[in-house]
Design a protein around this ligand. Structure first.
Ligand SMILES: C[S@@+](CC[C@H](N)C(=O)[O-])C[C@H]1O[C@@H](n2cnc3c(N)ncnc32)[C@H](O)[C@@H]1O
Length: 640
């Protein structure tokens, strides 16, 4: 199921799931169920793919396959409300179910008394106990209701039926613990929940078999000819979506026609329920449907990834880390170069995944963040360091004097000046980076949208971040950054260079430059000039005194024009022709997809595009905040 990156079918990333091999040793079902699939398990279990996103079984019935597989992530559903109430109770209150069912005797009088209880007036546990009891004591374990929905199967008259298999119920409760259990129509379940990479098992009410078994006589099942046709169409939709599907039905010319073209197998089964208790053989059809697009399932991201104290940053890939990893984890080698590290979220993710990371950005503030949290394996600020940094007198009041009244209050500006002065007195360079990274984070957090293109408090919506003093923000930032620091056993480096000057060998190069669009500027320095100044202590830059924001001249980047971006890409692809290259780019930016593909193909033999749906957290690239159009497709180009 996990395919090599260079293959023929279009690639797609399954969202929202990890995968790992996700089954546990199976158990037997807990209810007898008409059409139960226990006899077919030898065939069905091997058809469940080794890796998949979510196991979805919307006609779960007795759940023979579900209990045989025990998937870690599952959605099971059925239109039968008593059945679903039963599974919910077994999952959430197995003790209650066991206690309730043990109270009832199994003689005929007791049977009818229990049968007469109105399930809707019972607690969930007692309702489930009733379902279990009736299932074990009624005729043939049938489930049948009359027109008004009342269970009406007669007494089975078994001597000593085993109703309460305590161990079995507890095992079932554990098996159900992580499952989502729904009482919904199968089509609703599939339309709402099925995603690329999922495994779907469909065991619908069978189409009628034999001379007299036309659909009209089968109204009891409420699954008519048109339902079978809708289901067959849904199976094709699931296939196109990227799901693997296994479906069972009766083997008839009609069902064969519905699923013509798929991989079909026929098996003989004994039908003991619904066939007058005789031993008649029936034939089941098993339909197997492979997804029509290959699906990359993201391997689990380490929980460490969550420890990165990211801030709002234009074009941050924080939400796409699982997608990037889905692609990168299939590439060989341990050395990763993140050429445009920005917020640092991607570099940190690679470190958390065990790689040796070189990060780079031409902004000093980005590089300060990655130095403190990626390159740094062990240096933290102690309580006394923080005391030292946040007490005393500022020896220099540059921020208060230069930015007075622009971004922060006088008190906050003086606090920034104090920490700046104290950082200069720390004698450990890495501690200086950590202290500066915390100051940068504190300043970005207290700015609505994290940017410095406007003055005053234009977007102050009263959020906590706006209310806290910079001193409080600073303390929180130190704590978060301290907590993010860890050693993965590798060495990492944070560079602060123009991309054209980076000369580092790497197995995987991640390329996420500013996205060019004629509709908006992508000038990072203009947006973040204040924290960039802070990172360099305004060394080597000249503040443009006439500007309202007191910014300094932006750094030139090839990615600020279309021609420049094409040249910039070409230059990177040529220089890293011997590495695997992953490029992030968006569908509404230029150069377009075809141009990037053409440029990659100049240097690389295998090039693929993986589309990823992504919604930007705030307007850029010409889109306004809240505009539904800011849903763009993000591409990951993979070149090997
Ligand atoms: C799209 S952002 C990267 C986002 C990053 N992957 C993240 O997840 O936060 C682009 C970055 O490219 C940097 N940049 C722009 N031009 C550059 C150049 N010529 N050399 C190096 N970095 C540059 C910007 O400073 C910005 O941080």
């Amino acid at each position: 199921m996990l395919m090599p990156v260079a293959s023929q079918l279009p690639l797609r990333i399954a969202r929202g799931g990890s995968l790992k091999q996700n089954t546990r040793p199976g158990i037997a079902p807990i209810l007898k169920w008409a059409g139960g699939k226990s006899q077919l398990l030898d065939l069905l279990v091997p058809m469940v793919p080794k890796d998949y996103g979510t196991y979805i079984e919307p006609f779960v019935g007795g759940g023979a396959l579900f209990f045989a597989v025990i998937p870690e992530r599952a959605i099971i559903a059925d239109s039968n409300p008593d059945l679903i109430a039963f599974y919910l109770a077994v999952r959430d209150d197995v003790d209650g179910v066991i206690a309730a069912v043990q109270r009832w005797k199994t003689d005929e009088k007791s049977f009818y008394r229990v049968r007469d209880l109105d399930p809707l007036k019972l607690s969930l546990a007692v309702r489930a106990a009733r379902t279990l009891y009736l299932n074990r004591t009624c005729f043939n374990g049938l489930y049948r209701v009359n027109k008004s929905g009342t269970f009406n199967v007669p007494y089975g008259g078994y001597k000593n039926p085993r109703i309460c298999d305590e161990a079995g119920l507890r095992a079932a409760s554990r098996a159900l613990a992580t499952a989502t259990i729904l009482n919904e129509d199968y089509l609703t379940v599939l339309k709402r929940h099925a995603k690329a990479g999922d495994f779907v098992f469909l065991d619908p009410p069978y189409a009628p078999v034999g001379k007299f078994a036309d659909f009209k006589r089968y109204t009891k099942e409420q699954f008519h000819r048109h339902d079978h046709e809708t289901l067959a169409a849904e199976v094709r939709r699931l296939q196109a979506l990227g799901c693997s599907v296994v479906l069972t039905n009766s083997d008839t010319p009609y069902t064969r026609k519905l699923y013509a073209g798929f991989d079909l197998a026929t098996v003989k089964t004994r039908r003991s329920i619904n066939c007058h208790g005789d031993k008649r053989q029936g034939e089941d059809l098993i339909v197997r449907i492979e997804p029509s697009q290959e699906v990359l399932l993201p391997d689990d991201l380490s929980p460490r990834v969550e420890d990165y104290p990211s801030t709002r940053f234009m074009g941050s890939k924080e939400k796409l880390l699982a997608d990037i990893w889905a692609v990168a984890s299939r590439l060989p080698g341990s050395r990763v170069l993140d050429l445009f590290s920005g917020s640092g979220a991607v570099s940190y993710m690679f470190k958390a995944q065990g790689k040796a990371v070189v990060s780079n950005d031409y902004m000093a503030f980005s590089s300060t963040l990655t130095r403190a949290m990626v390159e740094n394996n062990s240096t933290r600020l102690s309580t006394s360091d923080v005391d030292f940094l946040t007490h005393g007198r500022a020896t220099n009041r540059f921020v208060r004097d230069t930015f007075r009244g622009l971004y922060f209050s006088d008190a906050d500006n003086l606090f920034i000046d104090l920490v700046r002065s104290r950082i200069a007195e720390l004698n450990d360079e890495m501690k200086q980076s950590v202290a500066r990274a915390a100051l940068i984070r504190a300043c970005m957090k207290k700015r609505a949208r994290g940017i410095f293109t406007y003055v005053g408090v234009r977007y102050d919506d009263g959020r906590r971040d706006m209310q806290l003093s910079l001193r409080q923000h600073y303390k929180e930032a130190v704590q978060l950054i301290n907590d993010s620091i860890f050693d993965n056993g590798q060495r990492h480096v944070a560079l602060n260079l123009d991309v054209s000057q980076v000369e580092v060998d790497a197995d995987i190069v991640y390329v996420d430059p500013p996205y060019y669009s004629p509709l908006s500027d992508n000038d990072y320095v203009r947006r973040y000039h204040f924290v960039e100044g802070l990172a360099r202590d305004w060394g080597g830059v000249e503040i443009q005194g006439h500007t309202k924001t007191k910014k300094f001249k932006t750094y030139g980047s090839p990615f600020s024009t279309l021609e420049g971006a094409k040249r910039g890409f070409d230059d990177i692809f040529r220089r890293y022709a011997n590495s695997a290259i992953i490029v992030s780019y968006s569908s509404n930016s230029l150069p377009n997809r075809e141009t990037i593909l053409r440029l990659l193909r100049k240097y690389k033999a295998h090039v693929e595009v993986v589309p990823v749906e992504h919604r930007y957290s705030f307007g850029n690239q010409g889109h306004k905040i809240g505009n539904a159009n800011n849903k763009v497709s993000e591409y990951l180009f993979v070149a090997t």
